[in-house]
Design a protein around this ligand. Structure first.
Ligand code: FES
Length: 99
């Protein structure tokens, strides 16, 4: 367990829209909520892709196997599902999804 929990910064394109420190085991949707940012969700279980955003920088705990709402192509574009993915380092996230 690292001493400090990851800091997640949120962007909309080039514009910074907020940041928040992760809590233990918090998903990116929950961290966005702490920053006052609402990321739309639907299934909250990695199936629908509604909560897709783009990881600009940092590392996340990618579930294995990859959830149905993601595919290799989206991951190459930085796509991550915020409802079921936790940060494993400080992260920069663009709330505008890839594609
Ligand atoms: S809300 Fe459905 S994949 Fe995240």
């Amino acid at each position: 367990m690292p001493d400090t929990l990851p800091l997640v910064r949120f962007f909309r394109g080039q514009k910074t829209i907020g940041s928040a420190q992760a809590k233990p085991d918090s998903t990116l949707v929950e961290i966005a909520h702490l920053a006052g940012i609402t990321i739309p969700t639907n299934c909250t279980s990695g199936n629908c892709g509604t909560c897709l955003v783009r990881l600009i920088d940092g590392d996340v705990e990618m579930p294995d196997p990859i959830p149905p709402g993601l595919d290799e192509h989206l991951i190459e574009e930085g796509g991550i599902l915020t409802c079921c993915i936790n940060p494993s380092s400080d992260c920069d996230i663009d709330v505008i999804p890839p594609l």
